[in-house]
Design a protein around this ligand. Structure first.
Ligand SMILES: Cc1cc2nc3c(=O)[nH]c(=O)nc-3n(C[C@H](O)[C@H](O)[C@H](O)COP(=O)(O)OP(=O)(O)OC[C@H]3O[C@@H](n4cnc5c(N)ncnc54)[C@H](O)[C@@H]3O)c2cc1C
Length: 316
């Protein structure tokens, strides 16, 4: 249970109250978090999650907020904004250990300046390393899971047990189509406090800065041609049911007439039918209703069930 006095005593001035979450998500929807805490050091992230899980207070770890739809009713608990930004490159080989709050773009630029490449396909994907490993982010047929050597996780405790830090290899994560063991766990247990990614060890490869930067720009150019960037969206809304072009969610939605759909200010992009856009004043409820219509249309036309890539967060 939330005990406001105890929480404030524990976290002091760092704890903000009644913070509007729409200001922290790319979809620009979402109500109020009871409490909001920014953490810049891994020790503070561990401390906060350990304390909250032991006290059985619900928490949610927020990365960049680029792949979530937060309920208009907000989040009843503590939202922890992950700003842990340490990066350690190893000298001898091309490995890097990245704090989970590091932005993808920052990692790619830092790596490029050391002539380390391999992750150019991620360029243009907004968000943090924690969020990208959680959802196995990727593009152009590659995904971050293929480059993960190991992940350090915090497993939350409970009233009768302490939290613990463990390290797992990529195999443990069972990376799949925009999924991981953590994301699947959350789908099955949405009301349970979930494990937190503290840092990730990635295998990069030796390259040349100019080659890496050119590849990144080429990838971004292709992305810009096919996706509506610079608008309020959460990227691809649904997972692709298959790998062929005719099995992509965008293709199926387009052929089902979804580009005409709209609920309030939530619309389907004319450029890419798998992008839901908040034109200005859409609510989370508008977006979820629109998503329901899109799923119904594809089910009716193709007998295919689309599954959300984005996650619905908070009280619905
Ligand atoms: C314009 C646009 C284009 C996009 N293009 C792509 C694309 O090409 N490919 C692609 O894969 N995605 C794409 N996305 C989606 C998004 O960028 C990725 O899913 C990204 O990895 C989300 O990271 P985030 O930090 O914003 O996560 P958030 O949205 O903040 O969180 C997503 C989930 O990850 C969990 N999470 C975050 N950090 C941690 C942590 N440290 N430990 C445990 N759980 C954590 C959160 O609790 C939440 O459940 C796009 C999004 C936009 C807006």
């Amino acid at each position: 249970m939330l005990n406001a006095r105890e929480l404030k005593e524990h976290f002091g001035d760092k704890l903000e109250e009644n913070v509007l979450l729409r200001d922290f998500t790319s979809m620009a929807v979402g109500g109020v978090a009871d409490y909001f805490l920014r953490v810049q050091k891994v020790d503070d992230l561990v401390g906060a999650v350990s304390y909250l899980s032991k006290a059985q207070i619900p928490y949610f770890v927020l990365g960049g907020g680029y792949n979530i739809i937060v309920s208009d009713m907000g989040f009843p608990g503590v939202v922890i904004k992950n700003e842990v930004k340490d990066i350690v490159f190893s000298g001898g080989n091309t490995e890097v250990i990245v704090g989970s709050g590091v932005e993808i773009s920052r990692l790619l630029m830092d790596a490029a300046s050391r002539d380390f490449g391999g992750l150019e396909f991620l360029f243009g994907i907004p968000g943090t390393i924690g969020g990208s490993v959680y959802g196995n982010a990727g593009a152009f047929g590659h995904a971050i899971g293929d480059f993960v050597k190991s992940v350090t996780l915090l497993i939350p405790g409970g009233d009768d047990r302490e939290s613990k830090i463990v390290r797992h290899t990529a195999k443990w994560f069972e990376f799949g189509n925009r999924s991981s063991k953590l994301k699947e766990f959350n789908k099955l247990h949405p009301l349970t406090n979930k494990p937190i990614i503290l840092s990730v060890k990635l295998q990069l490869c030796q390259s040349r800065k100019d080659v890496i930067l050119r590849k990144m720009q080429e990838n971004l150019k292709i992305k810009k041609l096919s996706q509506p960037l610079g608008v309020k969206s959460a990227g691809s809304f649904f997972k692709n049911p298959g790998i062929e072009k005719e099995q992509s969610a965008g293709f199926l939605l387009d052929r089902s007439g979804a580009k005409r759909f709209r609920v309030g200010d939530a619309v389907v992009s004319r450029q890419h039918a798998n992008f839901v856009i908040n034109r200005n004043k859409a609510t989370a409820d508008d977006i979820r209703r629109l998503a329901g219509q899109m799923k119904d249309a594809v089910r009716g036309e193709f007998r295919t069930n689309l599954e959300e890539e984005v996650e619905y967060i908070g009280k619905w």
